[in-house]
Write a protein that binds this ligand. Structure first.
Ligand SMILES: [Cu+2]
Length: 69
């Protein structure tokens, strides 16, 4: 498992946090995740043989949020 922290822009409430959580949990290869509003970020444990960091970022962007590099 690899661990990555992705900084996210555009989350305003726990509803946003929960939708990002659900989106990430549906991606194969994703294990434990922690999404917080303060600071606005997602810490994701994932199997890099199954999914890539870029794929995780894209899923967040597709959901209508911004990813800060
Ligand atoms: Cu919200």
């Amino acid at each position: 498992m690899e661990i990555a922290t992705i900084k996210i822009k555009g989350m305003t409430c726990m509803g946003c946090v929960n939708s990002i959580r659900n989106i990430l949990l549906n991606i194969p290869g994703v294990g434990q995740i922690e999404v917080t509003l303060e600071p606005p970020q997602a810490t994701i444990h994932f199997n890099s043989a199954v999914t890539k960091l870029d794929e995780l970022k894209e899923a967040i962007i597709d959901a209508g949020f911004e990813v800060v590099d």
